[in-house]
Design a protein around this ligand. Sequence first.
Ligand code: TXA
Ligand code: MG
Length: 353
Amino acid sequence: NTKVWKVDKYVDNLESNPHVVDAAHLIRENEVVALPTETVYGLGGNAESDAAVAKIFAAKGRPGDNPLIIHIAEKVQLNRFVTEIPAKAEVLMDKFWPGPLTIIFNKKDGVLSEKATAGLSTVAVRMPDHPVALALLKKCGLPVAAPSANSSGKPSPTKAEHVIDDLNGKIAGVLDGGSTGVGVESTVVDCTEEIPVILRPGGVTKEQLEVVIGYVGVDPALTDDEARPKAPGMKYRHYAPNAPLFMVSGTSRFLQHLVEEKQQEGLRVGVLTTEEQVEAYQADLVLACGRRAELESVAAALYETLRRFNQENVDIIFSEMFPGTGVGHAIMNRLQKAAGNRMISEKAPTPEM
Ligand code: TXA
Ligand code: MG
């Protein structure tokens, strides 16, 4: 069975915490361990070892063409495996590292496992803003490849319990640092071209990036179903609860009407809403995902809410929409993926559900 090592993230000198030391030792031996970050839990392994990286892909059931993010504790580690650091990337690192921003660089060959980067000529790197993650990274002294620590396709884990639900028996251990903060993954920004481009919206918003480096593009595939995403992972259906999820554009009355229609067909219906609106619905399971007035709280609660629908065995889920600005961009991106892009609009109800 997978070991759960509880670590209080607020104590000093985490690098000598016995659990952190054990986990670092396991990583040096090319085993894999789950670790808390400020976004979601990651499944970490030695990024320079094919054997370790193969274990990560196997535990998650992740397709081999989807590259991993390399986690570091110090900027100097970059020199080992990237060819150059563009000026805008330098500015972004100074401003947002450690933090929920992943930067794509051109890669030096022959250092990292080719499996970790899925054979690409580029590499995704971030410095997580979590004391336990940073202590582990410093202690093991290696670049650590770490995708989110969920089974491929499932919502990402924001608590150690979620990691255990998905990966128990498949990994050596999980450092339990409590709930992660941000709740959605890091923003992935490609800095290999003159104009940086967001490949995955996340914890750092487009607006925040543009304050420091000016105009930032967005991968057209994020809005156009037909375009091929530049981040290979964005082409997969993700974050999906077991029951089909539909995004609903319209009033709460319209959404409640959909609920009743489905209940009349004998289905158990779930509703994803926020604290402001819970009273507006009567369904088999109404879950408040944070507070709409504070989108950060919606992001923080999103994946746990999606996981709770699974535990309660609903047959169909209707979700409210969120504004696409700020961290709402990441929230809507994840919900739309979870919904497989199914949307029902009050103005033009679709018949195909
Ligand atoms: O917040 C996060 O980023 C979390 C925590 C654990 O750090 N990690 C995470 O990793 O979300 P993962 O593997 O679930 O997602 C990595 C994303 C995928 O969409 C992948 O395709 C993309 O980053 N990616 C990785 N390397 C890339 C590259 N060289 N070029 C383009 N996209 C890349
Ligand atoms: Mg993931």
